[in-house]
Ligand binder design. Structure first.
Ligand code: SF4
Length: 337
């Protein structure tokens, strides 16, 4: 049976992953003493693994300091991972040399949280968006270069007149649109949205999320959408991964995660998400204390110091592995799943 017939019969194999992350680890050394020796380590990312299908949006959530942004940056090699393997379309990202990384940078882009800090205040918007076109030699004539910038600005809801202006002349939402146009300039396949809407007002957040969804369809993009708030990722994500102290503790199709969470940490995060329908009541599960220090994360299950159902002698000793509880739903908990 050829591929098309197999597809029509519903027998087609799932598409090969666009991105594969295997056992990613990032430790930041802490230097101290007269000789500036490594005296300790921050365990920022502690064995993260997942696959990403083409066209998929994976939401990654967790409280600040849980390693989600570091994970995103290690995937792009903006930060060097300590160990683990990242593969993009079968090409190793982790072992890529300088030239290979430059080629990969065309396929994998990032949109940062603070659009103002990530834009050069002395560069016009046109020059900012066009910079990557020049670096990657993507246009042949000045006319083509300018046309491409105008098209990119219009694609994100800005206009041609704005290309000669500077970042300070724009609102926060517009600046994030400039950041998106800059990421799109190289026609990437994967975009890491690193808290891309967290700094914006709620109404502007919705506009930017809608824009990102439209762009995903228009350009067949794949997203890793990082946020600290489950309500932000709910509508844009096909799947959601919940991180706690450097580890994924639950990963599931978005609908399953929101309607049938398994991990006590996910339950607590979800219980804090407001429900628009006042007739629906949800029991609030308060999280005790703060996230422990990633310099010395608690042994066993990292969450045991805050978990309302932790079992002494088990949760504080043994690390729970991610286990499959149903199709696509994986949970890291000794007592659930
Ligand atoms: Fe709680 Fe234990 Fe499950 Fe960790 S393994 S989430 S401490 S019950």
């Amino acid at each position: 049976m050829n591929d098309r017939l197999a597809d029509a019969a519903g027998l087609a194999p799932p598409p090969a992953p666009l991105l594969t992350v295997k056992n990613l680890v990032k430790q930041f050394p802490i230097k101290g003493g007269l000789l500036s020796r490594t005296v300790d380590k921050v365990h920022a990312v502690d064995g993260v693994s997942f696959d990403l299908a083409p066209g998929e949006t994976l939401g990654v959530v967790g409280e600040s300091g849980c390693g989600k942004s570091t994970t995103g940056r290690c995937i792009l090699r903006l930060i060097e991972p300590t160990s683990g393997e990242v593969t993009f379309e079968g090409r190793s990202v982790t072992h890529a040399n300088k030239d290979e990384l430059r080629a990969l940078a065309r396929d994998m882009q990032i949109i940062f949280q603070d659009p103002y800090a990530s834009l050069n205040p002395r560069m016009t918007v046109g020059a900012t968006v066009g910079e990557a076109l020049t670096i990657h030699k993507l246009t042949k004539t000045p006319r083509e270069y300018e046309d491409r910038i105008v098209h990119l600005l219009e694609t994100v809801g800005l206009n041609a007149d704005q290309m000669r202006r500077y970042p300070h002349e724009f609102s926060g939402g517009q600046r994030q649109r400039i950041g998106i146009a800059r990421a799109l300039a190289v026609s990437p396949k994967l975009v890491v949205c690193d808290e891309a809407v967290s700094a914006l007002d709620v109404s502007i957040q919705a506009q930017v999320i809608n824009l990102l969804e439209d762009l995903r369809e228009q350009f067949q993009l794949t997203y890793i959408f990082i946020a600290h708030d489950l309500s932000v990722v709910e509508h844009i994500s096909h799947r959601v991964a919940v991180m706690y102290l450097g580890r994924i503790v639950e990963i599931a199709p978005a609908k399953k995660l929101y309607t049938d969470p398994k991990h006590p940490y996910t339950e607590a995060l979800l219980s804090a998400v407001p429900i628009p329908d006042p007739s629906v009541k949800r029991k609030r599960i308060p999280l005790q204390g703060d996230v422990p220090s990633p310099i010395r994360p608690p042994p066993g299950c990292h969450f045991h110091t805050r978990c309302p159902i932790a079992k002494k002698g088990l949760c504080d000793v043994e690390r729970p592995e991610l286990k499959k509880t149903s199709e696509g739903h994986w949970v890291s908990c000794h007592l659930r799943g």
